[in-house]
Design a protein around this ligand. Structure first.
Ligand code: GLY
Length: 313
C-alpha cells in the first residue's frame, strides 16, 4: 500500500462571488475536475500526469481564464502561459505568451525533457509548429464581449474584470488555474496555466510561467493565483516551498508568506500540499476558487471569506 494521494486545484482568486448561480456553476466545475483527477491518482497515476490532466481539464473549461476562455490582451489577442514543475526531479518547464493552441500545459509537458525548458512567444510558436499541434482559437463570446465593452470605455480598467462566470464577471477577476498533487509514490508536482491579467501590454510576462507562481520539490508544491506582479514581488510559490524545505510546517510557511503579502498590500492566493499529505491554502484576496480531495471527500473554499486568511485540511 503506497501513500494516500492528495489533490488541490484552483480556478483563480478575486473579489466576492455575487449570485448563487455563479457560485453553484463554479463549484460544479471544480468538484467535477477534482473528482476526475483524484480517480486518476487513486488508480496509480503519477503526480506529474495528474497535474497535467487537471490543468488540461481546467484549460478546456471556458469559465476559467486559461486555455479556452482566456482573456484578451490590450491589442485584442489571446496569449497564454503555463508551467509544470516535477517536484521529485525538481525540474521546471514553461511556455510564455503562446497563441492558437488548446492546451498550453502540453507545451510545458514536452519542454520537461528538453535542454531549453522555458520558451516564449516566437520560440513557443515554432515548437507548436514542430509538434504539429492543431490550431485552436481559445476565444469565447463572453471574453470578446468583455473586451469590446472595455474598448468602448476606452480601456479604463487596468486588467480584465473576469474570472469564471457571466454572473461574476463584473466583480471577480484575476483568474488563473492551478493543480498540485501528491501521488501514491509520495511524489509532488504542480501545474499552473493562465490567459494573463487581461488588457495587458503586449509582451507582459505572467507569474504562471515562473517559479514565483508555480513551484515544487520533494517536500511540497504550490500554485499561485492573483495579480502576477504581486506574486512575482513576493516570489510566493518558491518562498513557501523553500520555507518548508528549511523546516517550517506547510501551514506555518503559508501563514508567514500570507502575513508578508498582506503587509505589502498584495492581491493574491495560493494552494499547496506537502509530502506528509497536508493540504493548505491562503489568500489576501476576497475569494479563492479552490477545491481539494483529502482522500476521504471533496471540499472547497468558495464560501471561505476570511480576508486575509490561511486554511487547511
Ligand atoms: N496570475 C496570473 C497573471 O497575473 O498573469
Amino acid at each position: 500500500m503506497g501513500v494516500r494521494p492528495k489533490l488541490i486545484i484552483h480556478g483563480g482568486a478575486g473579489s466576492s462571488l455575487k449570485g448563487k448561480g455563479g457560485l453553484t456553476a463554479v463549484r460544479e466545475s471544480l468538484h467535477r475536475i477534482v473528482t476526475a483527477v483524484y480517480d486518476f491518482l487513486e488508480k496509480g497515476g503519477s503526480a506529474v500526469e495528474a497535474v497535467i490532466l487537471g490543468a488540461k481539464l481546467m484549460e478546456d473549461e471556458p469559465r476559467f481564464n486559461a486555455g479556452t476562455g482566456s482573456v484578451l490582451q490590450s491589442d485584442g489577442q489571446i496569449r497564454m502561459s503555463a508551467s509544470l514543475m516535477d517536484g521529485s526531479a525538481q525540474k521546471f518547464s514553461g511556455v510564455i505568451n503562446v497563441s492558437r493552441i488548446k492546451n498550453p500545459i502540453e507545451v510545458a509537458q514536452v519542454l520537461q525533457t528538453e535542454t531549453d525548458r522555458v520558451l516564449s512567444d516566437l520560440g513557443a510558436a515554432e515548437m507548436v509548429r514542430e509538434l504539429q499541434m492543431p490550431i485552436h482559437n481559445p476565444l469565447t463570446d463572453l471574453r470578446l464581449h468583455e473586451w469590446l465593452a472595455e474598448r468602448q470605455g476606452n480601456f479604463r480598467s487596468s486588467m480584465a474584470g473576469v474570472v469564471a462566470e457571466d454572473e461574476m464577471a463584473s466583480t471577480a477577476r484575476r483568474g488563473t488555474i492551478g493543480v498540485v498533487a501528491l501521488d501514491q509514490d509520495g511524489k509532488v508536482a504542480a501545474a499552473t496555466s493562465t490567459g494573463g491579467k487581461g488588457l495587458e501590454r503586449i509582451g507582459r510576462v505572467s507569474d504562471s510561467a515562473m517559479p514565483a507562481g508555480n513551484y515544487a520539490t520533494t517536500v511540497a508544491g504550490v500554485s499561485c493565483t492573483g495579480i502576477g506582479e504581486d506574486i512575482i514581488d513576493e516570489c510566493l510559490a518558491a518562498k513557501i516551498v523553500i520555507r518548508v524545505t528549511d523546516g517550517m510546517t506547510l501551514a506555518e510557511a503559508m501563514q508567514k508568506s500570507i502575513d508578508e503579502s498582506t503587509k505589502n498590500q498584495r492581491d493574491l492566493g495560493a494552494i499547496s500540499l506537502d509530502v506528509q499529505g497536508n493540504i493548505v491554502w491562503g489568500k489576501t484576496s476576497e475569494v479563492l476558487l479552490a477545491a481539494y480531495h483529502d482522500g476521504d471527500a471533496v471540499g472547497d473554499t468558495l464560501e471561505w471569506h476570511i480576508e486575509p486568511g490561511v486554511g487547511s485540511v
